[in-house]
Design a protein around this ligand. Sequence first.
Ligand code: PLP
Length: 393
Amino acid sequence: MIADKMVGFVRNSSVIRAMFEEGKKMAAEFGPENVYDFSLGNPNVPAPAAVKEAITDILEHEDPVLVHGYMSNSGYEDVRAAVAEHLNGLYGTSYAAKNILMTVGAAGGMNVFFKTMLNPGDEVLTFTPYFVEYRSYAGNYDGVLREVPTDPVTFQPDIEALGAAITERTKILILNTPNNPTGVVYTRETLARIADVLRKKQAELGTAIYIFSDEPYRELAYDGVEVPWIPDFYDNTVVGYSYSKSLSLPGERIGYIVMPDSLSDAEDVIAAANVANRILGFVNAPSLMQRVVARCLEEKTDVAYYDRNRKLLYEALTEYGFTCAKPDGAFYLWVKSPVPDEKEFVAEAKKEHILIVPGSSFGCAGWVRLAYCVSYETIQGSLPGFRRLAERF
Ligand code: PLP
């Protein structure tokens, strides 16, 4: 008998993953060129050439015992120092190796932080819509995920609702900007207001409330839109980063979390996160990949590639009459379903061989998500189908 708790997790298991499997089946049946799969955020831009060069060079020239061995549970000291220096150069901070913990992607980092911080019944807040796994990650440590609404047009956080949602059990607020699934980037003004509310509530309740800033899409912003560095706004911020999207390495499972000295109980948090990484069974982030990313800190993915997709899809769908959130970042387009039950729209789209994800998977019914990290030709090929859908509804 599987664990009672797993029964719920299995029942709610990801619709997105199920769709991805469905997409593969359809591609086999109708030919991959006739299926337009916008379901999964799996980057289709290859990793920069520097990644392969780094792998080869490390394997040829670095000590294999070191490269494939265990190291500190937080990661190689030199890698963490290099990441800290890189961030200091970008944001004028003064992080050291001890502030960085190398993780098994963004998901691993978040689980490490939640395990480090959550007592059963502690509350984790997230703005809607949100990356669906947040609920499972909080649930892993018997935390309770609470949803806080965003503005129904701009999808910027509703600051008043945030204030009202905070209780003495609130431990963590998750931020995710650029956002999956909306593509929205939070403005400086929004972040300053969030920080004000959190500081006020901390003082009022006598508690510590931490922001966990989930930033796998940090570099994916378009038209010069700024992605502010959140620790500048609020001391109790831990940043989670991943190379899954920024270097197109999702299967390699590599990222880091930043735990600044400005955190409440910083020393305890840093020490406990190191242990959490070990006892969760990660032990440490993949060793070769740690060494690879340390050599690729200045590398960037092809943002222009995604931007071209974004423009084509956004402009075409808007022209056909769909309402879309303004996509400033990440590689998702958030589209209002033309009928209240977006699952009906998703089913109709499937008849056009277009695979999209219902918004209810992100805690926001009535909308759908399109991941445009696909080929330009896939988008071009899908447009007649979208036009027919617009006419049908
Ligand atoms: N957070 C968000 C918002 C994501 O969209 C994803 C992946 O799509 C993750 C976390 C997990 O990223 P990783 O593959 O680095 O664990």
